[in-house]
Design a protein around this ligand. Structure first.
Ligand code: FES
Length: 121
């Protein structure tokens, strides 16, 4: 029987970098929560859409191996420098993500993180 494929996901928090080993195809939000890490802010921790891509409160900064945005929010958010929705990222390669510090609901955009996704994405 073949070994299950896992990917290394480095999660940068305010205090440390934590390395997770995440199964191929796992949802990033679910992997973070299963590891006791939350992509949410102080208010959205209790009030969120549960990973349906509706509330935009589960954003994280993807620092390395940025996957192509699939969700409309992430395609538009890229142009304005918003965090990526962790509930809309399927882990298919190693990733490095940073939890958004001091987030209350959505987190603030950062100009330096703006980019234009390729049309084919
Ligand atoms: S949990 Fe609501 S958009 Fe991700």
């Amino acid at each position: 029987m073949a070994e299950p494929i896992t990917h290394t996901v480095n999660v940068i928090t305010a205090e440390q970098t934590i390395t997770l080993h995440v199964a191929e195809g796992e949802n990033l939000r679910r992997a973070l929560l299963a590891a006791g890490l939350t992509p949410y802010g102080t208010l959205s921790r209790r009030a969120n859409c549960g990973g349906r891509g509706l509330c935009a409160t589960c954003g994280v900064w993807v620092e390395a191996n940025v996957p192509a945005p699939q969700h409309w929010h992430d395609r538009i958010g890229a142009a304005f420098g918003y965090p990526r929705l962790s509930c809309q990222i399927t882990v298919r390669a190693p990733l490095t993500v940073r939890l958004v510090p001091n987030k209350i609901m959505w987190g603030k955009p950062e100009k330096a993180r703006r980019y234009r996704p390729k049309p084919a994405e």
